[in-house]
Ligand binder design. Sequence first.
Ligand code: LAN
Length: 648
Amino acid sequence: MTAPRSRATPSAVDRGLEVLAATQDAGGSWKGDYGGPLFLVPVYVAGLELLGRPPDPATREGFITYLRGHQNPDGGWGLDVESHSHVFTSVLVYATLRLLGVPAEDPQLQRARAWFLPHGGPLSSGSWGKFILAMLGLYEYQGLVPLPPELWLLPESLPLHPSKLWCHCRMVYLPMSWLYGRRVRAKQTPLLAAIRSEIYAQPYESVDWPAARERVAGTDAYTPRTSYLRAANGVLGLWERFAPAGARERSLQMVLDQIRREDEATNHICIGPINKVLNTVVWQIARPGGPEVEAHVKRLPDYLWRAPDGLKMQGYNSSELWDTAFAVQGILATRGVERMRPVLERAAHYIESNQVLEDVAEMEKGYRHRSRGGWPFSTRAHGWPISDCTAEGLKASLLLEKVGMNQVPRARLREAVEEILSLQNEDGGWATYELQRGPKWLEALNPSDVFSTIMVDVSYVECTSACVQALAAWRTFAPEDEAWLREPIRRGERFIRKVQRADGSWEGSWGVCFSYGAWFGTAGLVAAGARPDDPALRRAADYLQARQRSDGSWSETLESNRQRRWVDGQRGHAVQTSWAVLSLAACGRRDSEAVRRGVVWLREHQGEDGRWPDQPITGVFNRTCAIHYDIYLRLFPVWALAVCGTAS
Ligand code: LAN
């Protein structure tokens, strides 16, 4: 096939740029749908039930449309909109639709029961589902693995102290332990009683609750419960029976204090969707009708997104900073810079006005790392900076600086460098929000069933690469800092080399999967100074080339993340093809036949409207759950065509 290069390439990129320009928000970001997980709307609706504030009709209808539309053909609901059915989400979605007013005789609900009852119903749900049901009074607390708040009373130096956990895990279990400690339960209504009678295969009164603690359906058991976890649960169970009342009160106070710190540090947005809802419920019980509840309720809709498939609760309050920083880099890789000037200026403004400028008040008391100079994933108001978001914010700013459009003062850029350096782990890599605090073996105590790698914030190739790239960019910008940065960059590079697998691949953790990992692995090494003849880059390129499809594309599915090996998708994927093409270019193979074929495929699959047709989700977390990055499909192909489109 002869590729119509010189004329078609600019127009493909131009059309892609037009789409990007047209979809930018007035505030300068690209605000998009950050949906995917299916357990979030149920958590939201459960929260409203406990607050005694039923959703307004538009919200109710929106949620119903969304949940109805994502039922699997077998009658269940997946962990996310693309996954196989889980008992966890199927039971929760069922209860949610009922709470939203759908009758039990509804055919979709009948099919749901026909799926989850034989799978064990609530008794076999992944553990978080049991917790939400217990809060609603649809499950007994005795049937939960104990979550005593007294864990917060342990000496801080112990690896088991909750402050050692990955911040997302810590922030979910924090309000859970408070609610557990108080055995909080929604006011029981006839509707809840009806739901309770519908979701069990046996009479509720006859359930053996302690036995149900250890039950989990195969569909939900991604992370096996280890013997260490069972032993720990046994100890916690004993504690729960004999704990002195004083310890409970004291620990509940400590937990509430931590919750308050999190609320205040995030302007009541909270780090994520789950603790957002659970913290709200905690305050509703701790101080009914108090100012905390009001402050929380105002921010609940921050997580909602209305899309063609209905109204959803998103995985974060947005992905704006992340998407905007990438959009800037992608646009600047094209030759459309002048034409895109107003777009870039608005984006530069967004980046400037969302850098975090201050540390959290009394940060040590809230177990918080420093924040000053960092960038968050979404907005400054959210406030939690992340290593790689800081790095992408800094990279984008330095590229904007080159074309005279950066708006972040130099001193603040330098603070971003300091923030990045403060987050480098002893192994040379970077984790997400914090330094690695706990030992890796803590993962053996992961009680979530459905998620993996949630216990400890460990170094990732993606975060490490982004930080190395940012430090290297700063070194070019401020050569006087060379001596300061040389060693951190070298250590980062060493980490990237260490985690490359023998076959040349890198396992991605936040995108699907090895094509995403390759994009970071290769870019990180190149930024650190690796040359195309470097064996690591050669192996990486060979690995990718061996996975190119006969039509020139690349494609892998979320099974790659779940199974930790490349699993081919059914059809070529524009985002993964872009990552692969960009990686090969980074390896010095921009002019290869493989890249040429990838570019042709990308061009051929661009629609008349400049977009690429919808494709499976390419974002992921904790190895199992898909999460949608709305801009990826509009951005990465344009970026790849800009970098590689004129290859000959
Ligand atoms: C995110 C979103 C951003 C993402 C990147 C910055 C892209 C990544 O490079 C590092 C990890 C991070 C920060 C990340 C971690 C896990 C999150 C927070 C999410 C995928 C968004 C939602 C997810 C969160 C854990 C969802 C709630 C579920 C739990 C298991 C607590």
